[in-house]
Design a protein around this ligand. Structure first.
Ligand code: IMP
Ligand code: MG
Length: 201
């Protein structure tokens, strides 16, 4: 592997805690996922959809490990503000460019928490009559799962921690970290409490 860039300035930040998934482990898992997808989608008409922004780094690495001809598309969604994040109502801020009717769709997500975002997306895309829809997520945090969704490909399972890096953000920052870190709960305790209160409502 090419030498890792030392990201000392950011990682010495007051906000970041311990590494939860180191970069070399992420790369290993992403390669395995890509190989599985390669086997499963042989001779299929595949479109891989990246959910912006969080999944973008995972997506970029993953597709390099998929040894098949396929097309890619991007979708951007945002929940209606922090408070309503548990409502499952999301706004599509950038829709797909391609028509997905009759195609085999693989949605690539960074992390699935309550599952509400994804269940909205699946419902929205199903109306367009694709042949199949499956989900590939880097992280599955099922402790707060509300929506009953089938996730075919999972990189890592995670408990309560809120994590950043490798595409995942905290207030839109830290997406550029090569490893995935937990947040230091003492420095951002208020935010975490607010998040938990919102998610447990
Ligand atoms: P859900 O609708 O509750 O499943 O929320 C999933 C979305 O919330 C993900 O696609 C992320 O954008 C965001 N999210 C949830 N947990 C985390 C985290 O630990 N770090 C960064 N983003 C997160
Ligand atoms: Mg996301």
């Amino acid at each position: 592997m090419i030498g890792e860039i030392i990201q000392k300035d950011i990682t010495s930040s007051e906000i970041l805690g311990k590494i939860v998934f180191p970069s070399h482990e992420i790369q290993k898992i992403v390669k395995q996922l890509g190989e599985k997808i390669t086997i499963d989608y042989k001779n299929k008409d595949l479109i891989i959809i990246c959910i912006l922004k969080g999944a973008v780094i995972f997506f970029a690495d993953l597709i390099k490990y998929i040894d098949l001809p396929f097309s890619v598309d991007f979708m951007s969604i945002s929940s209606y503000g922090f408070k309503e994040s548990n409502s499952g109502i999301v706004k599509i801020t950038k829709d797909l460019d391609e028509n997905i009717e009759g195609k085999d769709i693989l949605i690539v997500e960074d992390i699935i928490d309550t599952g509400l975002t994804l269940s909205y997306l699946i419902r929205n895309l199903s109306v367009r009559e694709p042949k199949s829809i499956e989900v590939c997520t880097l992280i599955d945090r099922s402790v707060r799962r509300i929506a009953d969704i089938k996730i075919k490909y999972v990189g890592f399972k995670l408990e309560e921690k809120y994590v950043v890096g490798y595409g995942l953000d905290y207030k839109q920052k830290y997406r550029n970290l090569q490893s995935i870190y937990e947040l230091k709960t003492d420095t951002i305790k208020k935010d975490i409490e607010l998040l938990k209160a919102t998610l447990n409502k």
